[in-house]
Each structure stands twice: as structure tokens, then as C-alpha cells.
Design a protein. Structure first.
Length: 209
């Protein structure tokens, strides 16, 4: 079974402590989620290919490296995934952004689909699916299945906090999809919330509870 990339950088871990705090307000919570995502993006894009070019500096001509033009797309799972978009767009302004709308049925805890809009050339792009929380794994599994159904091939999944149950389900369903997360928490409670987690990420990002 593929192992997740757990990002234990001190800056990430410090910021995760702040987003866990129930007293952190929506404004600060949104900023922290964006900052954590930006730091995680640094690692998740480490394998982007480069090409060598010549750059004329004020002193001399130098051989230097730039991204080789490989196309990148991010696909946040609505709505909480929207909180992770800005951090990546700030680093990679040319990235295309798709959207997949899912919500968790409160009775069955299974994902219900209501929206899917992806870049037309999704099959040509490296794709990072975004959702702050990987709880049961249902939404992530369904979103990745939708992307594959529309031709997506090179896919990664990025979350901030994961539960072992969700990680196990996702890696079994999509063993070809690398998972990047900043914390692997203890377990899911009877309401399928991650423990200790940080509560409902969507509500805390958008101030709806």
C-alpha cells in the first residue's frame, strides 16, 4: 500500500496547532489554511520537470532552469477545498482551477455529487485534488473517480488532516494517487469527524457555524 507524504515541517506543524484551536476565528483560520497549503504545495510540486535556458544577468549569460511547460490543474472539492486554492494560485498563477461539488449525507455519511467542472484539457494536465480533511475518504474517492472518468491520469491528493480510515480507503480505491497531508490523526468518532481534528473545515473557513 502506498505511504502518504506526511509533511512535518516546523512551520506547517506550528500553523496546524493554530487551526486546531477552537478559539481561532474565521479570518485567521482562512489565512492559516492558505499558508499551510502554500507550504505543502512546495513539496507536492517537487517533481515538476525543468528545462535549461540561457538568461542574461547584469553580469553575464547564465544557464538557468525554468518549468518545462507541463500543464498543472488544481481541483478543490467544494466547499472546504476552496480554502486551499489561494495558497497554490499565489505560487503558480497560471494554474487552471476545476471544481467538484460534493457534500456528505448526514445519515449515510456517503458523498452526494452536485457539480463537476474541469478544464477541457484535463487529460493533459498534472492534477492536484484539494480537500482540507480526509475523513471517511468517500468524497476524495468519488472526486478522483470523476476526474479519471473525464480522462485525468496524473493525479495527486492533498489534504491538511487525515484519518487512518480515510487514508486506507483512498489508497485502496486509488493506489496510483499519491497522498500529501500535514497530519495523520488518531481516528474517526461516531459522527465520522476526525479526532482530534479541527471540527468542520468548511464551517470554520466560511464562518457558517
Amino acid at each position: 500500500m502506498p505511504q502518504p507524504f506526511i509533511m512535518d515541517h516546523p512551520l506547517i506543524q506550528h500553523k496546524i496547532s493554530l487551526v486546531r484551536d477552537k478559539n481561532t476565528g474565521s479570518k485567521e483560520f482562512r489565512e492559516l489554511i492558505s499558508e499551510i497549503t502554500m507550504l505543502m504545495c512546495y513539496e507536492a510540486t517537487r517533481d515538476l520537470p525543468l528545462k535549461e535556458v540561457e538568461i542574461e544577468t547584469p553580469v553575464a549569460v547564465a544557464k538557468s532552469k525554468i518549468l518545462s511547460g507541463r500543464k498543472l490543474a488544481i481541483v478543490p472539492i467544494l466547499r472546504a477545498g476552496l480554502g486551499m486554492v489561494e495558497g497554490i494560485v499565489n505560487l503558480i498563477p497560471a494554474v487552471k482551477v476545476g471544481h467538484i461539488g460534493l457534500y456528505r449525507d448526514p445519515e449515510t455519511h456517503t458523498p452526494v455529487e452536485y457539480y463537476c467542472k474541469l478544464p477541457a484539457d484535463i487529460e493533459e494536465r498534472d492534477i492536484i485534488v484539494l480537500d482540507p480533511m480526509l475523513a471517511t475518504g468517500g468524497s476524495a474517492i468519488d472526486a478522483i473517480s470523476q476526474i479519471k472518468g473525464k480522462g485525468g491520469k496524473s493525479i495527486k491528493f492533498m489534504c491538511i488532516i487525515a484519518a487512518p480510515e480515510g487514508l486506507d480507503a483512498l489508497t485502496k480505491a486509488h493506489p496510483d494517487v499519491p497522498v500529501y497531508c500535514a497530519s495523520l490523526d488518531s481516528h474517526l468518532n461516531e459522527h465520522k469527524y476526525i479526532v482530534p481534528g479541527l471540527g468542520d473545515a468548511g464551517d470554520r473557513i466560511f464562518g457558517t457555524k
